[in-house]
Design a protein around this ligand. Structure first.
Ligand code: ADP
Length: 437
């Protein structure tokens, strides 16, 4: 099925056009056939009378003048020749018989011989009908093979009609399929926290209905997500005060062992609350104004901070032009990625690369990486890989979720890849022209 197109557009267009073209060509063929039969009937009726008058003329003119008359008596489909017919096999086709009968009926069977056919087999033959003039001179009526049944102008007309059919098919199918493509693009662009594509609600009824339904669904998802973020923000915010109060009260506890353990738990709770708040705030990241920033300086600052804190980190590559982006959101996302690389994978490398239309900031480490089936899951909030829970690396499982939300708010995307040489690469791709959103 190599001819079967892969796109819906191609398939529908092919089916519609093939059906229309077939029906059209069949109708054309049927009309042509009918016309052929009709003109054959007319020709047969005319031929007998015409041959009779040709014989009458030749009978009357002097024998030596007859040859001069022959071209004048010739017609488009038949000519006369003085002399007997060539020796060839008799023609017994239906048309030959009808021709003989038509001539015999007008000039009398006695003056008409047996029709013979000549010409190579498998081609339309030339037919020769032996006749005799009144004085017994042999004369041959030579019927030329029929020319093309269809004229060049009719072929041109047929091709023109087929071209119109093709154009109408293309236009009609495009009209029907285009909204599907727009819907697919809008669905593809649908990302939590990012302004999706709003579909045009005008147009044919079904399309407008689908567009309204899609826009409403997009709106519901946005509202739902915003509500969840608000809830998380409210809980996180309200928990901060009691945690601080409990800490103050615990400070007064004399017994050091339970006090330190409880304070440790409260520190964990506080970290969770702070991360929860940070996660909830990612929804507002798109409100931060766009600014042109020197990405080299920003990354250099992050790497220097890590070095100052005693970690091993380096920056590779540089960008020659300023990047238009939301700097707070970008710094926050990169800090999370770099923290993870240092926490889970020892020495970290921040690699700056250019790709068509985007700039990539890859935060690479030499740690254990993440099992392939969990690469997507760790981007979800509160998801932590089992081994890191067991090793109790600390953390809330929100760092990557925050980085992912911020990447979307920056009009880019975050991807995690296990490096072939070992370790994880967290690749943040940002659009070069505008930060989107
Ligand atoms: P947290 O670090 O607070 O646990 P994250 O969302 O930052 O939460 O990370 C989720 C999980 O992804 C981590 O618990 C860890 O299992 C895994 N992970 C993140 N970064 C790395 C890394 N650089 N190398 C290995 N595993 C990682």
């Amino acid at each position: 099925m190599k001819m079967w197109p892969r796109s819906l557009f191609g398939r529908v267009a092919l089916v519609v056009f093939a059906g229309l073209a077939l029906a059209h060509v069949l109708t054309f063929g049927a009309l042509l056939r009918e016309r052929g039969e009709f003109s054959q009937d007319m020709m047969l009726a005319y031929l007998g009378r015409d041959v009779a008058s040709a014989l009458a003329i030749l009978d009357r003119v002097a024998p030596d003048e007859r040859a001069g008359w022959l071209p004048r008596l010739a017609r488009k489909n038949y000519v006369y020749a003085l002399g007997p017919a060539p020796t060839a096999e008799p023609a017994n086709g239906a048309l030959a018989q009808r021709l003989s009968q038509s001539v015999s009926a007008e000039v009398g069977a006695a003056r008409v011989g047996t029709m013979v056919r000549s010409g190579p087999p498998d081609t339309a033959p030339a037919l020769h009908l032996p006749l005799r003039l009144a004085d017994g001179t042999p004369l041959t009526l030579q019927l030329l093979p029929p020319g093309a049944m269809i004229s060049n102008s009719a072929v041109a007309l047929l091709l023109l009609q087929l071209a119109f059919l093709a154009a109408a098919t293309w236009w009609g199918v495009r009209l029907a399929v285009r909204p599907l493509g727009q819907l697919a693009r809008a669905a593809d662009a649908l990302r939590p926290g990012a302004r999706g594509l709003v579909l045009d609600e005008h147009g044919p009824r079904e399309v407008a209905q689908a567009a309204r339904a899609f826009n409403a669904m997009q709106q519901r998802i946005d509202t739902h997500l915003a509500e969840r973020q608000r809830l998380l923000a409210a809980i996180s915010h309200d928990l901060q005060t009691p945690i601080t109060r409990m800490k103050l009260r615990l400070e007064q506890l004399k017994d050091a062992d339970p006090r330190d353990r409880l304070l440790g738990d409260l520190d964990g709770m506080q970290a969770l609350v702070e991360e929860g708040l940070a996660y909830a705030r990612t929804a507002q990241a798109t409100q931060e104004p766009l600014r042109a920033v020197d990405l080299n300086a920003l990354l250099d600052g992050l790497v220097c901070d890590a070095l100052d804190a005693g970690h091993d980190a380096e920056l590779i590559g540089k960008l020659d032009l300023p990047l238009v982006t939301r700097v707070q959101a970008l710094r926050r996302a990169l800090t999370n990625l770099l923290d993870n690389a240092l926490k889970f994978g020892g020495p970290a490398q921040v690699v700056l690369r250019m790709a068509p239309g985007e700039v990539q900031i890859a935060v690479c480490d030499r740690g254990p990486g993440i099992p392939a089936e969990e690469l997507d899951k760790v981007l979800q909030p509160f998801y932590r890989v089992e081994s890191s829970r067991n090793r109790d690396t600390g953390g809330t499982g929100l760092g990557l979720a925050i980085a992912q939300e911020l990447a979307v708010a920056l009009g880019g995307r975050l991807r995690l890849l296990n490096r072939t040489e070992g370790g994880l690469e967290a690749r943040l791709s940002l659009p070069l022209v505008s930060a989107g959103g």
